[in-house]
Design a binder for this molecule. Structure first.
Ligand code: 5AD
Length: 393
């Protein structure tokens, strides 16, 4: 298997904007807004969206190289999910039965570490004067995306920054339109608490996913760790993103000081209630340049239990292994995938900026060549019987 981590699917059926897609006998649904499709066509889908039509010859070539591998993977996954004995294994088996062995692999470009917010937990908070700040130009962002999609083969990209009003709605729309001109990709925006109007324009410009965590469902903790901010506002914004039609990725921090087990149950609940399609939550890792310097890191088990609980409560969800989990423990990604997670993110920010986007210290993968990181992610998925096919709707 090469470094390919998306499998083309065959269109079986089209009803309005919803197409049914076959992946080696498994049926998924995806929304098609941008392509002229007929049954029999081959496509790449991602996060439940059709993102590219593939020429039959090319698709058949890729499918042929996957065919045998895919059934072996499926069997390996099935074996690992058999006879669950503990909570993690139960969650893994729920994942296997409900979502199969599909795993999304998304890329992330962190284009600015400037931030107007002062969240107590975050290394790039505005008061941390020891951070060297950077902003990527529109051209740099477009070429980073171009490389990730057209050289590295990513089919979904997150564009993330601190909350940085330097980038106006107009600038962000322009970037999105330019990226979409050169890349067939699902574009996810992660730009913080900007207004609904701005998000509406970004949607019109062609982004289809929005990543915005609510951080904690406990209003007291929220107010304490995000000075001057109100949980209700955040929730309202996330709901609006959903209403605008975005694929919503949301979640929270695990292990904030003062967070109880009950809080975590509420956090999982709120992720689902807000209509989050992709659950994104990771361990809180204290940063030396913040007021929470000196707080304890959560135990790996706490992070894994949270994944398992989320999987059991929301059997069909996509649950991300975050780089914070990989940073907490070098075996974190594997353990997370075996406790119910089914989605991975790979950092494709240009090297010179990547180390500056230090929301927490010692981020896993920083300083390692992207090709190496992709290779090890693909090897990990393969060792667990997971296939990087789209998870569908
Ligand atoms: N440890 C782990 N995650 C963090 N984030 C911010 N600071 C930290 C930290 N110290 C997360 C927040 C934010 C996302 C981009 O990074 O949840 O939403």
């Amino acid at each position: 298997m090469d470094m390919c981590y998306a499998i083309p699917g065959k269109v079986l059926d089209i009803k309005d904007k919803i197409v049914t897609v076959d992946y080696f006998g498994e049926r998924k649904r995806a929304r098609n807004e941008f392509h002229d499709l007929a049954p029999g066509d081959y496509i790449y889908a991602q996060g439940g969206f059709v993102i590219e039509k593939v020429l039959p010859d090319k698709a058949l070539g890729v499918l042929e190289s996957w065919q045998e591998v895919f059934s072996n993977l499926r069997e390996a996954d099935l074996r690992l999910a058999e006879r669950p004995k503990n909570m993690y294994e139960i969650a893994n088996s729920v994942r296997q039965r409900n979502t199969g062995n599909a795993c999304c692999v998304h890329g992330i470009v962190e284009f600015s570490n400037h931030c107007v917010q002062d969240c107590l937990y975050c290394g790039i908070r505005k008061s941390n004067s020891s951070v060297k700040r950077y902003r990527m130009s529109a051209d740099e962002i477009v070429s980073a995306c171009d490389y990730a999609v057209n050289e590295l083969n990513f089919k979904a990209l997150v564009l993330q920054s601190g909350e940085d009003p330097y980038y106006t709605g107009e600038m962000l729309c322009d970037i999105i339109r330019k990226v979409r001109q050169v890349c067939a990709t699902l574009l996810v925006v992660s730009v913080g608490e900007r207004g609904v109007e701005l998000y509406k324009r970004l949607y019109e410009a062609g982004s289809r996913g929005a990543l915005l965590r609510f951080e904690t469902a406990n209003p007291g903790l929220y107010g304490k760790y995000r000075p001057g901010k109100i949980l209700e506002d955040r929730k309202r914004l996330i709901k609006s993103l959903k209403e605008l039609g975005y694929l919503v990725m949301t979640g929270f921090l695990v292990g904030l000081p003062g967070q109880t087990d009950e809080d975590i149950i509420n956090d999982i609940d709120l992720t689902g209630k807000l209509g989050g399609e992709i659950f994104s939550f990771g361990p809180f890792l204290p940063h030396p340049g913040t007021p929470l310097n000196g707080a304890a890191r959560p135990k790996l088990e706490r992070a894994l239990e949270t994944i398992a609980r989320a999987r059991i409560s929301y059997p069909d969800s996509k649950i991300l292994v975050t780089s914070a989990l990989e940073t907490l423990d070098k075996d974190g990604a594997r353990r997370g995938l075996l406790a119910g997670a089914n989605s991975l993110m790979i950092n494709v920010t240009p090297d010179r900026y990547q180390r500056l986007y230090e929301i927490y210290p010692g981020r896993a993968g920083t300083g390692i060549m992207v090709s190496k990181r992709i290779e090890s992610a693909v090897a990990l998925l393969k060792s667990l019987g997971r296939a990087p096919s789209d998870l569908g709707l």
